[in-house]
Ligand binder design. Structure first.
Ligand code: ADP
Ligand code: MG
Length: 365
């Protein structure tokens, strides 16, 4: 048991493999250098008081609490305390001082970086050495049942299991993460996150609708999840009478294969060649999964035109960020071209972050 300490958890970006996690499939995220840090001190009572730089109001609640009792940003903190208690962990009262440089609401999972760092801090104060995958599930309960977002396990698994200089090959059915060494600099490449700054609209409803479509496709095919499909062509043929469901399924089924192909290329030291897969993945989201928006499509198109080897929307979609694989000497040209086109089309100016695969969550002090 600790009376005080500091824990932190990164944001994440998904290089490839979106909307595959809740279908039992594959993804290839990595941890960002940007992190949420929680400095925690144990209290003698069972009150948690959390303050976050940039949020005016502190949050105060009693543990264990009940689902949904705290709203706003505090829901992510109270949700984790509640879900930990539901899992049988004796959550202590605590003072939490939170600071983060993960951009909020940009599709880089600031909410999960907050939840994972709070989860590590509260279990650390409780003296519980929690299994990382179990914590990922607990955080999922906090997001799903407390904060009300129907998200899968990808983000928490990436945040909790990633390693520096490695991508995290995630298998959502086996619930495993395999590190895949990746050094873009050795190939003269950079991983560039482009935040569209486009407003998110109807995200939760649209996300839920996509989940439902995937479940309907699996039910039609007589499998538990789309991961169980072996013969992709036969499955798509079987869905031909329902073109929308067929398109949704085609995204998931082809995306799983693109992740496997990307992992094989990175392992073979052929990182530049994944560029084509990234752009194909974007086209699949744009046309089949229909979870992109025109701002993001324009950013992808202009980034590739200006010299990116590939680019795709990353995360849940309907806005958010793009990840691009860019030769270092083309980076400023890509940024110029993307900003000029976005502003010219009347969209917000995008923001840029050059990122590297960074360490996962852990105790700092
Ligand atoms: P994303 O996770 O992609 O950044 P979300 O909408 O899921 O976007 O989560 C963003 C929300 O998470 C913020 O509006 C805020 O409520 C909460 N949040 C994230 N990081 C922090 C932080 N450091 N302090 C307080 N609240 C945060
Ligand atoms: Mg989030």
């Amino acid at each position: 048991m600790s009376t005080a300490g500091t824990w932190s958890a990164p944001g994440r970006v998904n290089l490839i493999g979106d909307h595959t996690d809740y279908n039992g499939g594959f993804a290839l995220p990595f941890a960002l250098p940007q992190r949420t840090t929680v400095t925690a001190t144990r209290r003698e009572d069972r009150t948690v008081v959390a303050r976050s730089v940039g949020q005016e109001e502190p949050v105060e609640f009693e543990v264990p609490g009940s689902a949904g009792a705290v709203t706003g940003w505090g829901a992510y903190v109270a949700g984790v305390a509640w879900a930990l208690a539901e899992a049988g962990i004796e959550v202590p009262g605590a003072e939490l001082a939170i600071e983060s440089d993960v951009p909020l609401g940009a599709g880089l999972s600031s909410s999960h970086s907050l939840e994972c760092s709070v989860g590590l801090a509260l279990t650390g104060l409780a003296g519980v050495d929690i299994d990382r995958t179990e914590l990922a599930r607990i955080v999922q309960r906090a997001e799903n049942e407390y904060a009300g977002s129907p998200t899968g396990l990808l983000d928490q698994m990436a945040i909790l299991h990633s390693r520096e200089h490695h991508l995290s090959f995630f298998d959502a059915r086996a619930l495993t993460v395999e590190p895949v060494a990746c050094d873009p600099g050795a190939d003269g490449l950079e991983l560039l996150v482009i935040d569209s700054n486009a407003p998110h609209e109807l995200v939760d409803g649209a996300y839920a609708a996509r989940r439902t479509a995937c479940e309907a496709a699996a039910a039609r095919l007589g499998v538990e999840t789309l991961r169980e499909v072996d013969d992709v062509d036969a499955a798509l043929e079987a869905l031909a009478d329902d073109p929308e469901t067929q398109r949704r399924a085609r995204h998931v089924l082809t995306e799983n294969q693109r992740v496997l192909d990307a992992v094989a290329l990175v392992r073979a030291g052929r990182l530049p060649e994944i560029g084509t897969l990234l752009t194909q993945s974007h086209v699949s989201m744009r046309d089949d999964f229909e979870n992109s928006v025109p701002t993001v499509d324009l950013i992808v198109e202009k980034a590739v035109e200006a010299g990116a080897l590939g680019a795709r929307m990353t995360g849940g979609g309907f806005g958010g960020s793009v990840i691009a694989l860019v030769p270092a000497e083309r980076r400023s040209a890509v940024e110029r071209a993307v900003t000029t086109s976005a502003l010219g089309a009347g969209y917000a100016g995008p923001s840029y972050l050059a990122v590297e695969p960074s360490p996962g969550a852990g105790r700092d002090v």
